[in-house]
Design a protein. Structure first.
Lengths: 651, 426, 225
């Protein structure tokens, strides 16, 4: 067993968990600080090298996060292990988090001394053997990207550097800097890469100074509302009383947003560090990590991180000898979208179910009536990074009102799905088209849905809008947690609004009437419209009711739930009108409003459609043109799917 | 010299027009109901006997009870329903309470200002606040009595063919008694004021009347009619004695009793049955001095207020100590019936034919104002001539007196409307 | 003590009280439905919304007072919102008023429905004759099941079946239950139709009520056979 960077280097160091070292974090890398011994110094340098480049000089890294596992990373990992074992290669096989570039999943990274680190994308288990032998023979021409160049490997010029990839080059990796690099299950690696420096620095400062630092940095909550983090902390700090709580909201519920999961799975120590800093700032001695049970890996990684931190005295009593006690409990939530509302989250921890009226805000009266701050994963990761890097760098990015960077999950009709970190103020266009690659050839972006089910749709002509809390609000959307769903011309906007509304109808807690009933009526009305039973007055109902639900609801869920309807109604009224007036769905999505017909010019008379039709609506002799009887057609779409030549068309 | 004075009368229920044509010392008057048709009789046809009184009571909000009860009477006669005595008494009480209330409204809100030389109730209120306040008080008390007996202020719902729906609770009757006892004193004060009023002189040119025969007492319902010539006849024979004529210029018809113009209303009732009113001799003798003056209708009305209030109270007091039988069983059957009733403004006739299922196949309704319309014309002519004699052609005086006269009759037009199709082409 | 300005009127209330207290002290009122002093102030019904100067709508029963807080208790927008919220509540209300314990008009929803002019509650809500006493059970063609409440049900109080003079409730499920019960209790459907035509036939917009009644008659008569 090799020496662990986190352990004592020798007996000359007299610090124990009971008598913690004030310079523990710095001592890990720069040390030894409490005594002078070149031997110990050497020990550290060697270990750090080992961590970063592998013991054997050949490191194979496989990303293990929920997303990559879903894409098949586990099989790849097994294949790599088998390969290394069977060929007797002397290599370190480690895991890492996800890079956030989902379209590459699963990828593996091979790095060997004197060779460029090569990343292979979309790896299948049976390709592993070939990749390893190729790499070992000094050929990287089949790699997807390189982390660095050495000029020694074959085909190196043909492969772009990671930084040159369009998906990477426009990003600023600030909180996600370690994602895909660090082993998320190892505190050692995090420290070796400079982790817990922020905590070390924070504990040397007065809480007021930290608040000042965050204020100067201009950090705003990344959970959606954009409330200034320093202000929340300041209010909580100024509350009288000894018992205060901090809560990390890791209960990510937006469909299409996964940056918090990504951060917590790929770099859990960074978010934990942020939580400890927050606790120190407001004077809390107990913290909670509220994480979804539906995301077991995230919960596991966070629990592991808490355990490790506790083991090395970064949590517990007298942290780093500063007389600051703090411990964290990981709470598994049952998973409800409404827990994005702070008061509902608190209620969930307390064992109740529903949000309550604010004010009093949680910062003054929260968990069990005590001052409580709730920050989401990304915000806390930002806090840790700001404290480590200083506010100036952070404040230099972003816009006038919102500083720094923000992670966005771009999904939907784009070529490169993924979570990308860009400075706030980047235009939607840049994010969607340059970074995520746009919808691909021959297709056109119709709208971009920002902020999940609480957000709104921004039409194509407003894509140049810079992403910021205020500008998005003006456009009828919200930043939310940062999920961006790109909608192309194959989607019906009424259907999109219906989808998001169905989500909020299901997720409404049912406490206040406007949200519980209003949203249901909105949903029913939308359903009517998509079924072709809509009337023109329905649009007015949607508009009026949406406005009422927005203004009269108890919590932010109801306050934002009508956004998808209202924004689509605002920008795509013509599509709604086509549904209610002409009973036509322009995108040919709504089943009841499309009509299938067989294009006689294309039909080859194979009879496949006739065989597959469940309602015997298709007639025709083999070898002759087939015809659909509209009166019998139930619009199931089977013929459309099975036709080998695409002769079945919608109109 | 010819002059047309057209007076659209205010302070009456509904819309009417009186045209006085003065031509070289002669006066001709035309009483025109300008109100639109309501087709209530057509609506009634095909309706069940349970619905008919409900519809009938909607003819007029002022005297909805009168129409309701007349309709009920007609249907009960048609189907041969024998009502228990208690129910009859209570029914009459309902009618009387309503007569009192209607008379109060007519006196204070419509007619009285005329006799003080004023135009509106507002002016009267500033001149004679005590009197008007008594009126208001009296009105609200009588309304309360109507409310308690009828179930609500308009469109009664306590009664349907066959009797009262529910037994009236004792405390409810007590309340009515208490209310009316309170009202008695006010009514006396009003009567004493009104009886001293000076009326414009006018002699009735056609002193004939028809009233409902009261078998005993005053204002009690029966199925017979009584004419000023002393003849008593069955209500169902009304067509034999009362003939109707279509008037081209009016939406109402004209009626003649045995070919003579006649009048109905409080004055008719008093003239017919004044000897039955015991204990009111002083007042009656004063009123009867002018009994031939159409204007004296308002004095008769004031007397009726006092009488009905006292009478209803006395009748209901008897009810306090017994459990009255207010409903009877009956079989729905075909028949023809006429309900005659003394409505606040006079004789009201409802005439129905009913089929086996209780559905109405024929309906005819004749209202007091329709009976009075011809009498108003002849009185107005006489009045015009008198004014011409005394003042010469004075349009202002003509208008003032004429409208005063009409208001003294207390016409109520919405129900008086009848549409006659003179010529139908298709 | 903190100063609160309600509709421009200054009142002083003790710290820690809610806006509703200040409103009451100032002599104004707001409709409340779910609020029960000392028992429930979770602001669920949203009827007691008041407006802050920044245009936010907050529930007065749960919003804490602060010094200099300005509140508007009545405005076009508030009335519209309250009305809409009430409509929403009524939209999911079961409307089985004929078996409701709050018979005879002790219904808060009904009071607000009257105040805001929202239609949809049948007369049964105000009728004191429930269960065995119900006129329908006695075989009378009472239209109370189908008629908009608000009159105080004077007719059924006197034992007279309702004639529907206030117009019909247009909600389908209410009509369905009504027709079902009419048939259950063996009321002559011709009586029912005649009664419905009495006050409703003159409004073309009520035609669909007639259609629905006929539709459900067909359905339930078929079931009965």
């Amino acid at each position: 067993m090799t020496w662990n960077l986190m352990d004592k280097c020798c007996d000359k160091c007299w610090h124990t968990l009971e008598y913690p070292c004030r310079n523990y974090v710095r001592c890990r890398i720069e040390g030894p600080l409490c005594h002078d011994d070149p031997e110990c110094r050497k020990k550290r340098e060697n270990r750090i090298k080992e961590i970063l480049y592998g013991r054997t000089g050949f490191k194979i890294k496989v990303p293990m996060a929920s997303c990559t596992i879903a894409a098949g990373a586990e099989e790849v990992y097994k294949a790599v292990l088998d390969e290394v074992k069977s060929r007797g290669i002397n290599a370190d096989v480690t895991i890492s988090g996800c890079m956030g570039m989902c379209y590459m999943d699963p990828w593996i990274e091979l790095s060997k001394t004197d060779m460029p680190s090569a990343i292979y994308a979309n790896v299948k288990p049976n390709e592993v053997s070939k990749i390893i032998s190729e790499y070992l023979s000094g050929d990287v021409s089949n790699a997807y990207a390189l982390r660095n160049r050495t000029g020694k490997a074959k085909g190196e010029d043909k492969v772009p550097l990671l930084e040159e990839l369009p998906a990477w080059k426009n990003q600023i990796r600030w909180v996600s800097r370690n994602c895909g690099i660090v082993n998320p299950e190892s505190i050692e690696e995090y420290i070796a890469l400079g982790g817990y420096r922020g905590l070390d620095r924070a504990l040397r400062m007065e809480p007021e100074e930290i608040i000042e630092e965050i204020k100067k940095a201009g950090l705003r909550g990344r959970g959606g509302a954009g409330f200034p983090t320093w202000l929340k902390w300041k209010i909580a700090r100024e509350q009288p009383g000894d018992v205060k709580y901090v809560i990390m909201n890791a209960d990510e519920g937006d469909p299409g947003a996964f940056m918090n999961r990504l951060l917590a799975e790929s770099d859990p120590h960074r978010v934990l560090e942020g939580l400890i800093i927050a606790a120190y700032t407001i004077g809390a001695s107990k913290g909670f990590i509220f994480v979804r049970a539906e995301k077991p890996l995230m919960a596991e990684r966070l629990s592991k991180a808490v355990e490790q931190a506790r083991k090395y005295g970064l949590l517990g009593k007298n942290i780093l000898g500063r007389g600051f006690d703090f411990d964290v409990e990981v709470i598994l939530s049952a998973g409800a979208f409404v827990c994005g509302e702070e008061t509902a989250l608190i209620a969930a921890i307390e064992g109740r179910t529903r949000p309550r009226q604010r004010p009093p805000y949680p910062a003054t009266k929260g968990l069990w009536g005590k001052p409580t701050i709730i920050n989401n994963v990304e915000t806390l990761a930002h806090v840790a990074t700001i404290m480590a890097e200083g506010w100036k760098k952070f404040a230099s990015m972003g816009t006038e009102k919102t500083k720094g960077t923000k992670m966005f999950c771009v999904t939907g009709a784009v070529q490169r799905t993924g979570a990308y970190e860009v400075p706030v103020g980047t235009t939607i266009k840049k994010l969607v088209e340059e970074i995520a690659g746009g919808p691909g050839e021959g297709r056109r972006i119709k709208a971009v849905q920002i902020g999940g089910p609480s957000g709104g749709c921004v039409p194509a002509n407003l894509l140049t809008t810079p992403i910021d809390y205020e500008t998005l609000q003006k456009a009828g959307a919200i930043m939310g947690s940062g999920g961006i769903v790109v909608i192309d011309d194959k989607s019906c906007m009424v259907d999109v609004a219906k989808f998001f509304t169905s989500f909020t109808v299901a997720e409404s807690c049912g406490k206040c009437f406007p949200c519980r009933i209003g949203m249901k009526i909105l949903y029913d009305t939308l359903t009517r419209i998509t079924e072709g039973k809509g009337r023109e007055e329905d649009l007015e109902i949607l508009r009026e009711l949406g406005e009422i639900v927005r203004s009269a609801s108890l919590c932010a869920l109801g306050g934002t739930a009508p956004n998808p309807v209202l924004s689509t109604l605002r920008y795509f009224e013509d599509e709604y009108l086509a549904h209610v007036r002409d009973k036509k769905c322009p995108a040919k999505v709504c089943r009841n409003l499309v009509e299938y017909w067989i294009n006689p010019e294309k039909c080859i008379g194979c009879g496949t459609c006739k065989q597959n039709c469940p309602s015997n609506a298709i007639s025709g002799e083999p070898g002759k043109k087939h015809v659909i009887d509209v009166s019998k057609c139930i619009r199931c779409g089977q013929c459309f799917i099975v036709c080998p030549v695409g002769a079945v068309e919608k109109r | 010299m010819s002059l047309e004075v057209v007076e659209r009368i205010d302070k009456v229920f509904g819309h009417l027009e009186l045209k006085l044509v003065v031509d070289s010392g002669k006066v001709e008057s035309k009483f025109t109901v300008t109100q639109d048709a309501r087709f209530i009789e057509v609506v009634l046809e095909g309706r069940s006997y349970l619905e008919a009184p409900v519809i009938a009571s909607r003819i007029c909000g002022a005297c909805s009870i009168a129409h309701f009860l007349a309709s009920v009477n007609a249907l009960e006669n048609a189907m041969g329903v024998e009502l228990p005595e208690d129910a009859m008494i209570l029914k009459d009480a309902m009618n009387k309470a309503q007569i009192a209330q209607n008379n109060i409204v007519h006196l204070f809100f419509l007619a009285l200002p005329d006799y003080y030389g004023l135009k509106t109730l507002g002016e009267l209120l500033s001149k004679k606040p005590d009197l008007v306040k008594i009126g208001f008080k009296l009105n609200s008390l009588s309304l309360k009595a109507v409310d308690l007996l009828g179930g609500r202020i308009v469109n009664p719902n306590t009664y349907s063919v066959g009797g009262f729906r529910k037994d009236l609770a004792r405390d409810r009757i007590e309340k009515v008694v208490k209310t009316l006892r309170e009202a008695e004193d006010y009514a006396k004060q009003v009567l004493e004021k009104v009886i001293e009023l000076e009326l414009p002189e006018l002699e009735d040119p056609a002193p004939n009347y028809v009233v409902v025969q009261s078998p005993q007492g005053y204002l009690n319902t029966s199925n017979n009619l009584y004419g000023s010539d002393g003849e008593v006849f069955l209500g169902i024979d009304y067509t034999k004695y009362i003939e109707e004529k279509i008037v081209e210029y009016s939406n109402s018809k004209a009626y003649y009793y045995k070919g003579k113009v006649f009048y109905v209303g409080s004055r008719a009732r008093l003239n017919a049955y004044h000897e039955r009113l015991l204990g009111y001799e002083d007042y009656i003798s004063k009123i009867l001095k002018e009994s031939n003056n159409p204007f004296s209708n308002i004095k008769a009305k004031a007397l009726e207020i006092l009488y009905t209030i006292v009478d209803v109270r006395e009748r209901l007091e008897e009810f306090l100590d017994k459990k009255p039988k207010l409903r009877t069983e009956f079989k729905v059957r075909a028949g023809e019936g006429v309900g005659v009733l003394e409505a606040p403004r006079g004789l009201l006739i409802h005439h129905y034919k009913v089929d086996n299922e209780g559905k109405i196949t024929y309906a005819n309704i004749i209202t007091p104002t329709a009976f009075n319309s011809r009498h108003i014309e002849v009185s107005a002519t006489k009045l015009g001539e008198r004014v011409l004699e005394a003042n010469g052609v004075d349009v202002g005086e003509l208008q003032r007196k004429a409208s005063m006269l009409i208001r003294a009759y207390d016409p109520c037009l919405p129900c008086a409307v009848h549409v006659t199709v003179l010529k139908s082409e298709r | 003590m903190v100063k609160v300005i309600v509709n421009g009127k200054e009142v002083e209330v003790s710290e820690g009280s809610v806006v509703l207290d200040a409103i009451k002290k100032a002599g104004y009122s707001v409709p409340t439905l779910c609020f029960f002093k000392g028992v429930y102030n979770e602001a669920a019904c949203r009827m007691c919304l008041v407006e802050l100067p920044n245009g936010k709508l907050v529930p007065s029963c749960a919003y804490p007072v602060s010094d200099g807080l300005k509140i508007t208790t009545d405005s076009e927008r508030l009335r519209k919102t309250r009305r809409m919220v009430l409509e929403l509540i009524l939209a999911v209300h079961k409307m089985k008023c004929y078996q409701c314990a709050r018979k005879g008009g002790f219904c808060l929803l009904l009071d607000f429905a009257k105040e805001f002019g929202v239609e949809g509650i049948p007369v049964c809500a105000e009728c004191p004759l429930h269960g065995e006493d119900c006129l329908l059970v006695k075989g009378e063609p009472c239209l109370g099941f189908l008629t908009i409440a608000g009159c105080g049900s004077p007719c059924t109080r006197e034992g007279t079946p309702c004639f529907g003079c206030r117009g019909p409730v247009t909600r389908e499920d209410v009509i369905e239950t009504a027709v079902k019960r009419f048939i259950e209790h063996g009321v002559d459907l011709r009586d029912l139709h005649s009664r419905m035509k009495l006050f409703w036939s003159s409004f073309p917009q009520f035609k669909h009520v007639f259609d629905l009644v006929l539709k459900y008659e067909k359905k339930y008569m078929g079931e009965k056979k």
